[in-house]
Design a binder for this molecule. Structure first.
Ligand code: HEC
Ligand code: HEC
Length: 150
């Protein structure tokens, strides 16, 4: 009698919950698509080496996203307190002239934390390290594709 009840409830559980999920193979867990016990070498990629102004600007996705740095930047790194070569070229009053460094936009002179409604005279501290937002061109393969269309 007891055994029959047990069998019945077991059947009910399987019916309600369905069969147990299939295990996920460890090579499907990460972006490298290898076993989690392997340490694969990342695919080689080439850093952008062109001089500023040498190549045409890539098309911008929209006006809100930080534009890609179209030229090589190894000469500009590291950005330190006493040296910011990006500023040397880009801190120009404008208006923008073709082939010359694009002036740093007014938004970068607004201190969003302390004076969000006023354009300051100096670059806001949060904008000092340009490469925290602007990324370089690269031929590195995307790990995850994007279907975003502006
Ligand atoms: C020697 C001068 C020089 C230096 C140094 C320099 N740039 Fe540039 N930058 C340029 C020129 C010239 C262009 C190209 C403008 C064009 O083709 O219209 C440019 C383009 C850009 C653009 C694209 C602007 C746009 O209109 O879409 C970004 C972003 C940028 N640079 C960021 C940086 C950052 C960040 C650094 C420091 C890591 C840096 N640049 C260092 C001269 C320079
Ligand atoms: C906190 C993120 C952030 C940092 C740091 C930053 N930028 Fe930007 N930048 C942006 C965004 C977002 C835009 C596009 C919206 C705008 O123009 O404000 C932009 C736009 C630009 C443009 C294009 C302007 C135009 O007229 O199209 C230039 C040039 C630029 N930044 C240069 C720099 C330089 C040089 C630095 C370092 C001194 C820097 N940025 C630091 C986020 C940042």
């Amino acid at each position: 009698m007891h055994r029959a009840v047990l069998l019945l409830s077991l059947c009910a559980t399987v019916l309600v919950a369905g069969p147990p999920p299939k295990p996920i193979h460890d090579s499907s867990l990460g972006l490298s698509h290898t076993s989690v016990f392997e340490i694969p070498a990342p695919p080689l990629h080439q850093d952008e080496g062109s001089a500023p102004g040498e190549k045409p600007l890539p098309k911008r996705i929209n006006r809100e996203t930080p534009p890609i740095i179209p030229h090589g930047l190894s000469d500009c790194l590291p950005i330190t307190r006493s040296s910011n070569l990006c500023m040397d070229c880009h801190a120009v009053p404008g208006p923008k002239r073709k082939g010359e460094a694009t002036p740093i936009p007014g938004s970068h002179f607004v201190d969003l934390r302390r004076a969000p409604h006023a354009k300051g005279k100096q670059l806001a501290g949060s904008r000092y390290v340009c490469i925290s937002c602007h990324v370089s061109r690269t031929d590195a393969r995307l790990l995850v594709g994007s279907t975003y269309r502006p």
